[in-house]
Design a protein around this ligand. Structure first.
Ligand code: RUB
Length: 262
């Protein structure tokens, strides 16, 4: 298992990415570390806009066994995969953006159940996490068509649904990879296709969602002087765009999901 320093650095650089994988890897690093207080702080600070990471750290600080917790989170993800796979019909086209391990598990489960479908996905500039999705799906034998981000409308035109991941769910909506809000709006307003948020419930955190701003050099390493590069990692898909939240708690309307007793 990686050291604490290595894990923190890999989370910051996005070598380890995706909310659930960040939380699971942090738990493993926490398990190995001697100074638990320091480990908690460094891991929280590695990606401070991830409620699932915060909940995982809080759970082990208050007595949960880190490795058993990793096992539980994985089981929960398998449950989410089964619930999500039920929504996928034969011959469907599914649109997704970025790389969500939860969405990928759903698609792999649908494939394992023998369903025929294809996936359209976007490359996700500037860090190209869409390539991870495309690679994993292709390896699982799922037909995948890959598009540049600005071809998203093309990618969505024939799609039957948009499956999105989540980093932070609050009453206002769902923060996920930059581009998600635009695609969710196009999906619901113009193409009339449903958008489902696929997420462990631990990504819920009430209050103001913080949006991570990442280094400009990820977008343009040697940008000319006086060019100001903005690089927000996430944006908020408004609640009104989300037909349902698929979590280990089942498939719930957004309203029901956020209004449950947390
Ligand atoms: C990843 C991303 C994913 C969510 C959910 O962004 O936006 O959709 O984190 O992932 P980044 P998962 O690459 O910046 O971490 O379903 O695996 O928790």
């Amino acid at each position: 298992m990686a050291t604490l320093q290595q894990t923190v650095s890999d989370i910051k650089s996005l070598k380890i990415q995706g909310s659930q994988t960040v939380a699971e890897t942090a738990l493993k690093a926490w398990a190995l570390s001697k100074d638990k207080k320091l480990a908690s702080k460094l891991l929280r600070d590695a990606r401070p806009t991830e409620p699932m990471l915060f909940r995982a750290i809080h759970a082990v600080e208050t007595g949960a066994d880190p490795l058993r917790l990793v096992g539980k989170l994985r089981k929960d993800r398998q449950r989410i995969a089964k619930i999500g796979a039920d929504l996928i019909k034969n011959d469907a086209i599914i649109f997704t953006h970025c790389h969500s391990s939860t969405v990928v598990e759903i698609l792999k489960e649908a494939k394992a159940q023998g369903k025929r479908f294809e996936v359209h996905n976007t490359e996700t500039r500037p860090m190209f996490q869409g390539r991870i999705t495309a690679t994993e799906l292709a390896k699982a034998g799922i037909k995948v068509c890959h598009y540049v981000d600005s071809a998203a409308i093309d990618a969505m035109k024939q799609a039957d649904m948009f499956l999105m991941g989540a980093d932070w769910i609050s009453q206002k909506g769902v923060a996920n990879k930059i581009g998600t809000e635009m695609f969710a709006e196009i999906a619901t307003k113009y193409l009339k296709i449903p958008v489902y948020c696929c997420s462990h419930s631990w990504k819920f955190s009430s209050g103001n969602i913080q949006i991570e701003q990442r280094p400009a050099k990820e977008v343009w390493p040697n940008a000319p002087k006086n060019v100001i590069v903005h690089n927000p990692a996430f944006e908020i898909a408004e609640a009104k765009h989300i037909k349902g939240v698929i979590s280990e708690l089942g498939m719930l309307s957004f309203d029901k999901f956020v209004k449950r007793k947390w």
